[in-house]
Design a protein around this ligand. Structure first.
Ligand SMILES: Cc1ncc(C[n+]2csc(CCOP(=O)(O)OP(=O)(O)O)c2C)c(N)n1
Ligand SMILES: [Mg+2]
Length: 558
């Protein structure tokens, strides 16, 4: 058997032995040896997609939900460049991902050969590890070397993307009827563990907390954030947790509802913390970030992945260790009165917002509340960038323990969101998945919708169709009406009924508040994947948000 084929079978077998379960594959010739090995491997599920960009984002979704890297495979040339956006998202969100690009051999590089580009370090600093082993050759111990390559790729990808560039010489496929087999022993063991807090790290935080009267926890997007809930419950501090932190739930203890309203109302100015513990990514809420920047309380940034998520350079202590081990080791502190002040103010603000939503035209806030009220106890939501992620932060009440929230907050693109959401749905297919996306975002990754029917994915796509980029209506460019619609809002004027039909989804349009909850409920319960399209005006969103903040402020004053 040709060495290329044996290499491919062995390399793929070791990927599987290291726990890689999914391979997102796009068609091509140069990638044939690996594609065939993946398709034939009994433990690897192949997800085929034509669009490499969608394919790579799908793999990112799989990585986010499973915590294990999915492999993405493509052929040489522009195909490899299509993966770049997803690599960037994986890099900045510390998402496991293994990108495998097939390549021309050295003699076909830089000589004008067809479909050959420079793929060396194509993704620059966005990858945790790049390696090009060269064209496979027969040397002693080759199977061990090939297996090591796969094992190391998986290990290096544990907290971000890895790029393996594989040049192949022809013939790229074996003669018909011949199937290569893997060589060598599978399963080299590569283990790593979470960094435990040092005694000094613990002592510094514990003594600061002992002095603190008004400690506050701020939790941004985090994988597995829910495992911190018991420790936070025991500590009993107020927690400002965005949905993607997995900590906005009663089980966290001090989770504060509608905290954004407290900040916007200025209530927080008289209730400032004297110490902040930051967990996870930089918060989404602009109001929260600017309040923290202005108040600048002594801040402990818990940063296990060395991401330095501290845009305002506030952290006095950057603590690189496992947050769970750190929080669990802290002595209990009783700050219940302070916690309850925040929690009850949040409840008051939340109730005022609910009352306001009853009488205002539909906007994202209504969609979020309807989704929260109809979402099954066990479910996951993939929340798109732009207004959906902000609206979820502003309007999602406390969630149930078995509900999980994901987004592409690494680089906050509006690209690849359909596919990342469908990757999340596929990686944990036993629970209902809802994608909450803006209309431009759906358009940007319409190709990604194809996977739903091709791969039998069960998901509900809820589209906030405000005919354009509604987020811009909240920004200063909205004050320039002569250019605003053309170059910022960019209304598409697309008929989503036709998009749903093209990709085989049930189309469920909503225009009235009263239709929202039933439509979402039906969609989640239906066996057929459904696109719920909620139409509303961008202006109604701006005024509707303002009314909510005003009502909350009034309630807090009373
Ligand atoms: C790939 C990419 N291109 C452009 C942007 C800039 N951008 C941010 S929000 C947005 C509009 C998104 O519109 P839509 O998905 O309809 O969401 P809405 O703002 O209406 O909620 C754009 C173009 C981006 N974040 N990512
Ligand atoms: Mg929109």
């Amino acid at each position: 058997m040709d060495v290329t084929q044996t290499f491919a079978a062995t390399f793929v077998d070791e990927l599987a032995a290291q726990g890689v379960e999914y391979a997102c594959v796009s068609p091509g010739s140069r990638s044939a040896p690996i594609a065939m090995a993946m398709q034939r491997h009994p433990k690897i599920k192949v997800i085929v997609q034509i669009d490499e960009r969608s394919s790579a984002f799908f793999a990112v979704g799989l990585g986010k939900v499973t915590g294990k890297p999915a492999a993405v495979l493509c052929t040489s040339g522009t195909a490899a460049a299509e993966l770049h956006a997803a690599v960037v998202e994986a890099s900045y969100s510390s998402t496991p991902l293994i990108v495998i690009t097939a390549d021309r051999p050295p003699e076909l590089q830089d000589v004008g050969a067809n479909q050959s580009i420079d793929q060396q370090r194509l993704y620059g600093t966005a990858v945790r590890w790049f390696f090009d082993p060269g064209v496979p050759v027969e040397i002693p111990a080759a199977p061990r070397i090939w297996r090591r390559l796969a094992a190391r790729a998986v290990a290096e990808a544990s907290s971000g993307p890895v790029h393996i560039n594989l040049p192949f010489r022809e013939p790229l496929v074996p003669p018909p009827g011949q199937v290569p087999s893997a060589q060598g022993d599978a399963g080299q063991t590569v283990t790593s563990g979470r960094t435990q807090p040092t005694p000094a790290q613990l002592a510094t935080l514990a003594s600061a907390l002992q002095r603190s009267r008004r400690p506050l926890v701020v939790a941004g997007e985090m994988r597995d954030g829910e495992r911190l809930a018991p420790a936070l419950m025991r500590l009993g501090f107020p927690v400002l947790a965005e949905p993607g932190s997995q900590l906005r739930r009663a089980e966290t203890g001090g989770a504060v509802e509608s905290y954004e309203a407290l900040l916007r109302a200025g209530w927080s100015l008289e209730h400032g913390p004297d110490l902040v513990i930051r967990l996870g990514a930089t918060p989404t809420s602009r109001a929260l970030n600017s309040w923290l920047a202005a108040a600048a309380p002594p801040t402990f940034l818990i940063d296990p992945d060395h991401m330095w998520p501290d845009q305002d350079h506030l952290a006095r202590h950057v603590v690189a260790c496992d947050p769970q081990a750190l929080l669990e080791a802290l002595p209990p502190a009783n700050r219940a009165a302070w916690r309850d002040e925040w929690v009850s103010a949040g409840k008051k603000a939340g109730a005022a917002i609910s009352a306001t939503l009853i009488s205002t035209p539909v906007h994202e806030g209504h969609v979020v509340r309807a989704l929260a009220s109809r979402l099954p106890e066990t479910a996951q939501v993939f929340i798109g960038s732009s207004m959906p992620i902000r609206a979820a932060d502003s309007f999602w009440p406390l969630s149930k323990p078995q509900q999980r929230f994901f987004g592409n907050r690494g680089a906050s693109g509006i690209d690849g969101l359909v596919s990342t959401g469908l990757g999340v749905a596929t990686g944990r297919s036993a629970v209902p998945t809802v994608l909450l996306l803006g209309d431009l975002s759906v358009y940007h990754d319409m190709n990604g919708l194809w996977a739903i029917s091709r791969h039998g994915i069960k998901a509900t796509v809820v589209v906030c169709d405000n005919n354009g980029g509604g987020v811009f209506n909240f920004l200063p460019q909205a004050q320039h009406p002569d250019v605003f619609e053309e170059i910022f809002a960019t209304p598409l004027g697309l008929d989503f009924a036709q998009i749903a039909r093209l990709y085989g989804l049930v189309y469920s349009p909503v225009t009235e508040r009263s239709g929202l909850e039933p439509a979402i409920n039906d969609a989640i319960e239906k066996a057929a994947p459904t696109m719920v399209v909620v139409r509303f005006k961008r202006d109604d969103s701006v005024s509707g948000h303002r009314l909510c903040w005003e009502a909350a402020a009034a309630a807090l004053r009373s």
